[in-house]
Design a protein around this ligand. Structure first.
Ligand code: AMP
Length: 431
């Protein structure tokens, strides 16, 4: 199959050529035809599958016909980064269409957004909070939206955005096309889909299975030895760009500093950064100024880092879905990526949950020559303790909302199986 099959307007086809796409990805092959027909679509796909173009191309095609100068397509995304990334994709694919798109999100001055909206924009890519502000102030008219996209709906739910989304929906015309994308399909998403989609076509790729090119490994280690082990892994592995995940903002910041001290070009991305500093960290990671980016899940959400060679879970994620999300950032487009997860004895239950989700056991590895016997420092140094639960999260990547992730409050601390930190059996499996 190639893109000619879809019979896009020539200006849209020119954008596909400019982007360098030759063959539609599976989600594009499945989703584009029903979207072009005006159907509502439920798309089950994670980042990295080409889902942005799956909705962007038919939207651009549709908007080539009809009046311009008012908001006709609205794309709602959970984070600023994802909104920016979608807008960049629209810019590339739509470069010959003369359609105009903007991003609308919190944490930045509202006035330039108001000015742009006044100038007559056809496509708005927005995060929920700021979009509601504009609706409340009457600085955006969404009454003539033809297509609504809710992107990464599961993430928006996790971040507590559903009440805002329901408020936004009240201002949109009933007669519209709605496209809902989500990496997972928990009950809340099913309910939302039932509310907002009309006779939808469901398309699905990948399920929760991660890209096949990614190789996963667990590195059992005691909490206080995580940083030395990470340094050892970085030292021994031929890495390109590395994305490291920590559980809390504070740990992201501290670990970023430790890596810098150890001589790595590293930056951290966490919710407390100003928009300028976030952007500098992201740009620096993209252009190679920083080889390592340390981030929390929320802060890293939506980053398009297709060049990432390794994802390191310095702290194991809270859910199996989050694991798949994280490692979905590597191994894209047939690149082979590695996913390393440092695990302590506290993580046994979560490791099992991840292995169940992946339907395959994860390899346990030990680093030969690494001194696993160094005792924990007497002083209660922070990295010697398991990461504390974030009690409340402040505005950060999540635009201006404190995300609610109830399932994060009940982290498993199974006392059962201690991590086999001292074992050198490289291929030991848990099943
Ligand atoms: P997404 O899942 O939308 O974040 O896209 C992941 C990456 O795949 C982005 O870097 C896109 O530019 C790229 N991409 C999307 N569609 C195609 C395609 N048909 N061929 C090659 N690359 C693509």
């Amino acid at each position: 199959m190639d893109f000619q099959t879809f019979d896009f307007q020539p200006q849209v086809a020119a954008g596909i050529t400019a982007a360098g796409y030759v063959t539609p990805t599976p989600i594009q092959a499945q989703a584009i035809p029903p979207v072009m027909l005006g159907r509502d679509v439920m798309g089950l796909a994670q980042t990295g599958t080409g889902k942005t173009a799956a909705f962007a191309l038919p939207i651009l095609h549709r908007l080539m016909n009809g009046k311009r100068g008012h908001v006709r397509a609205l794309i709602i995304a959970p984070t600023r980064e994802l909104a920016e990334q979608i807008n960049v994709t629209l810019g590339v694919l739509g470069q010959q269409t003369r359609l105009r798109s903007i991003t609308v999100y919190g944490g930045v001055n509202i006035n330039p957004q108001i000015q742009k909206l006044k100038s007559g924009i056809e496509i708005v890519v927005a995060c929920p909070g700021r979009l509601l502000d504009h609706i409340g102030q009457g600085t955006i008219d969404v009454s003539r939206v033809e297509t609504l996209v809710l992107d990464e709906a599961d993430q928006m739910f996790d971040m507590g955005f559903f009440p805002d989304i329901r408020r936004i929906l009240k201002h949109l015309p009933k007669q519209r096309q709605t496209l809902l994308f989500s990496a997972t399909m928990p009950e809340e998403i099913r309910r939302l889909a039932h509310e907002v989609l009309n006779d939808p076509v469901t398309v699905q790729v990948g399920n929760t299975a991660p890209p096949v090119t990614v190789s996963h490994a667990l590195y059992p280690v005691e909490q206080h030895l995580k940083t030395p082990l990470l340094l050892e892994l970085l030292h021994r592995t031929d890495t390109g760009s590395v994305l490291v995940f920590t559980r809390t903002k504070h740990r992201a910041k501290r670990l970023g500093e430790q890596l810098e001290k150890a001589g790595y070009r590293a930056a951290s991305l966490q919710g407390n950064l100003s928009q300028n500093r976030r952007q500098a960290a992201l740009d620096g990671f993209r252009d190679g100024t920083f080889q390592i980016l340390v981030a929390t899940d929320i802060a890293a959400r939506g980053i398009d880092v297709s060049q990432v060679s390794h994802v390191v879970n310095y702290d194991i994620p809270d859910t199996a879905e989050a694991y798949v999300h994280r490692i979905g950032r590597t191994g894209r487009a047939a690149r082979s990526g590695d996913a390393f997860t440092l695990v302590t004895g506290d993580d046994t239950a979560m490791v099992r949950a991840i292995e169940r989700a992946l339907k395959s056991p994860l390899e346990r590895r030990t680093v030969e020559g690494f001194d696993y016997s160094v005792p924990a420092p007497k002083k209660d140094a922070e990295f010697a303790r398991p990461p504390r639960e974030p009690r409340s999260r402040k505005p950060g990547a999540a635009e201006s909302k404190a995300p609610k992730r109830p399932h994060q409050q009940t982290r498993q601390t199974s006392k059962g199986g201690g991590a086999p930190t001292q074992r050198a059996d490289r291929s030991r499996r848990s099943h």
